[in-house]
Design a protein around this ligand. Structure first.
Ligand code: PMP
Length: 442
């Protein structure tokens, strides 16, 4: 049984991404989860409006995933990554490759989104080098981008809180595109905002400044997630693709959040009809139950690295737990569920309902913007004078203690991304609870 919060020894666990001192005064503890809900220690349930952390796409407690992992542990618990393999890794790569956009079916497994990003950046450098263009070493990320917490990901990312403690030690030779968020022109937009395609043209400026032959890759999230759900303006991703292709620069889509059905297609790339050269993914790949991530690389990139003597390693990179047997088993069982239940495309059927439900919060106290795409949405609140983030935190607490609702907040932005199994009644429940909490907010 779980220890109740008031009896927990809180001295050792240094919680990630958490205000630890504040948390210890007001611990919010989950002890169980099933379907659309988390359970608190008093047995009450909270509806999960964020799929855990954008990952539990098929809902919580899926028995067939648990059974597959259990079977795998009893059959082959671990298999070393060096020069040996296990069947699940090949099966999982082939399955993911079949879901990927055309030609992006060469799959390198890692254990997280952060590792996927750092791996993709390394592959980009190795690719250019293999082609004899070793001068291509610069990366271009985007303001407000979240690309994980590895040094590579923080360097190309554009969130000040992630960067400032490490600023002097980040990767050199990184530029950032301007973000596309524009509250004046695009507030309360539904789906892709009308304005902002011109922000992609800044890429031409950066290229002109450094020379195309110094630039390895551009990396963006097709829909920025952690910064608070910022869908790409119409035409923007297409324009990035056009410019990168023209200059021989690789385009990487960081789909750690958008991968596996979040926007109504296996990958956002397919929804937006723009094919990058690499995709990074994680989270939903195992329904969040075991750590796994992947880089999907184009055949062109992969094949360019398959050079030299056959006995040589083409890419000297990998992790002890790359393609871990249990993660592959969880991933295969997850993909079975996604495919059987149509979850990778289901969002198309409920997107309009979800959109109307979230936009019905317009006019609630302090709401200054609402935006959405697929089964992702953000409600942005005006910060309280002199206390940015205070309203977001108060809402989080009120939802947890008084409304049976689990929300994810980033400062004063509420990011909503329920499991893809959500019924319309679940969506109603989430927004009724959130609406009531907003009404009480000071
Ligand atoms: N990229 C994106 C777009 C993400 O949203 C995240 C995590 N939220 C990451 C990378 C990092 O993933 P992880 O936390 O698994 O390292």
């Amino acid at each position: 049984m779980n220890t109740p919060a008031n009896a927990l020894d809180m001295s050792s666990f240094w919680m990630p991404f958490t205000a630890n001192r504040q948390f210890k005064k007001e611990p919010r503890i989950f002890v169980g989860a099933e379907g659309m809900h988390y359970t608190k220690e008093d047995g009450t349930k909270l509806i999960d409006s964020s799929s855990g952390l954008w990952c539990v796409n098929a809902g919580h407690g899926r028995k067939e995933i648990a059974d597959a992992v259990h079977r795998q542990l009893l059959t082959l618990d671990y298999s070393p990554a060096f020069q040996t393999g296990q069947p699940g890794a090949f099966d999982m790569a082939a399955r993911v490759g079949r879901l990927a956009p055309k030609n992006l079916d060469r799959v390198f497994f890692v254990n997280s989104g952060s590792e996927a990003v750092d791996t993709a950046l390394k592959i980009a450098l190795a690719y250019h080098k293999a082609k004899g263009e070793s001068g291509r070493i610069r990366f271009i990320g985007r303001e407000k981008g979240y690309n994980g917490v590895g040094f590579g990901g923080v360097s190309v990312g554009g969130l000040v809180n992630n960067r400032r403690q490490f600023a002097a030690q980040l990767l050199p030779s990184v530029d950032h595109l301007p973000h596309t968020f524009d509250l004046k022109k695009n507030a309360f937009s539904r789906g892709q905002p009308e304005h902002g395609i011109e922000k992609a043209d800044a890429l031409e400026g950066i290229i002109a400044l450094h020379g195309a032959d110094t630039i390895a890759a551009v990396i963006v999230e097709p829909v920025a997630g952690s910064a608070g759900v910022l869908p790409p303006p119409k035409g923007y991703l297409e324009r990035l693709r056009e410019i990168t292709s023209k200059h021989g620069i690789l385009l990487i889509f960081d789909e750690v959040i958008t991968g596996f059905g979040r926007v109504g297609a296996p990958f956002a790339s397919q929804r937006f009809g723009v094919t990058p050269d690499m995709i990074t993914c994680a989270k939903g790949i195992t329904n969040g139950v075991l750590p796994m991530g992947a880089v999907l690389a184009s055949r062109t990139i992969h094949d360019a690295l398959m050079v030299g003597p056959e006995s040589a390693m083409e890419l000297f990179h990998g992790y002890t737990y790359s393609a871990h047997p249990t993660a592959c088993a969880a991933g295969l069982a997850t993909l079975d569920i996604y495919e059987r239940e149509g979850l990778l495309t289901r969002v198309k059927d409920i997107e309009k309902y979800y959109e109307d439900a979230v936009h019905a919060l317009k006019g609630k106290p302090h709401v200054i913007d609402i935006r959405n795409i697929g089964l992702m949405a953000a409600v942005e609140l005006a910060p309280r004078d002199g206390a940015p983030g205070a309203r977001g935190y108060e809402l989080l607490q009120d939802c947890f203690y008084n409304h049976g609702l689990h929300i994810r907040t980033t400062g004063d932005i509420i990011a909503l991304a329920p499991p893809l199994i959500a019924k319309t009644s679940d969506i109603d429940d989430i927004f009724a609870k959130l609406g009531a909490a907003l009404d009480r907010l000071k």
